[in-house]
Design a binder for this molecule. Sequence first.
Ligand code: F3S
Length: 449
Amino acid sequence: MIAMHERTAEALDPAPSERDRRRPLVATLTLGCKLNQAETQSLARELERAGCTIVDRPVPADGYLINTCTITHVADAKARRLVRMVKRLSPDAPVVVTGCYAERAGEALARETGADVVLGNADKQRAGAALLEALGGTRPLSAGRPARAAPGRTRAFVKIQEGCDDVCAFCIVPRVRGRERGIPIPEVVRAAQAREAAGALEIVLTGTQPGAYGRDRSDGTSAARLLEALLAETALPRIRYSSIQPQDVTPEFLAQWEDARLCRHFHLALQSGRDPVLRRMRRRYDTGAFLRALDWIRAAVPGAAVTTDVIAGFPQETEADFQRTLATCEEAAFADLHVFPYSSRPGTSAALLPDDVPPPVKRERVQTLLALAERSAARYRERLVGTVQPVLFEGRRAHNGRALWQGLTDTYVPVHVPVEASSAELSNRLASVRVDSVSSGAVHGRVLA
Ligand code: F3S
């Protein structure tokens, strides 16, 4: 998902306290995947401990920390635009840029955008310290500033591994993230316990290739063992596994879902529904294996939502290939699809192939897939009408002049409840919601007593 990461609830934030007004205001902004979100949250906590007030949106601020993505040329352009935007918002504020695009572009990014400090992934841990150092000479802005809790208080991202050994033909990630390195189970458990102690009700386990957790070790470490430890050693009501591959779906892994604290949401990237294209992409499964993995998930975890990623217009993708992808997606009955036009990344093996699907054809395929994504999501959500779903509320937002509580089901469906229909404070609370209706962006319902 290449987007400014989802915001929770800010529009109705309270006025800043006197203390907040004296603290430097730092905007921590994330592009890219949940791994980037996990890393930004950890840098934001460091900055908060050092006395900064954190926001996660581009507003006038005393300093900026931007964590970038380079998965497509669009992600690169977004990063450049964001740096320029914050430079316009607060011309004197230092801007530290890190992440995958910073890793790839290096100092050229500073020259092109005016960023003050550029740190690649290897130096990302120093990004907070670099910003604090740059802030040393600034005076905090003072009045009328929206203040809110640092991101991650309700849903905290916990990094479990980094790097990818699979090296798919189209993917730049192994170049900018390196080989797989898992974080040992006790360390992940300690991080989860810290987030629990800080009040988080959900943790999202993230990585470049989270399903391959443990593959770099020979001591029996695996995703299943990690989940067992987290379930045994925390009382977190929700644990979410951010994404897996079909080959990671084993009986031992799925057996963990007997514990209802594990979220019934599985993100498996299909990329293409046609085997010769999957082989050219150097994916490690064919469509038969993919659909079998879905059957196993649905048999083991009733009500599970399965979402996916699809690339439109990979080199040499024919109309017949594309039609097969559409048919596979229909058959898979995904709860949602993320659609990407193929973007040639220098340094990948696919970049050596001619990018030969004409742009108008690519655009048309993207539109067709997006329409399918909308139909699939609507079908999945309509099945929820009349049911009672567990919802974790993250806060309030304003929508079309109405105040709404906003939350997520464990199956990752956004839920809205009108504030006037619930007298209780729902921020950072789990509640049962009866779903009454569905609209394009969310399901709507009421909180049960
Ligand atoms: Fe983007 Fe880097 Fe994640 S390229 S998708 S931020 S690993």
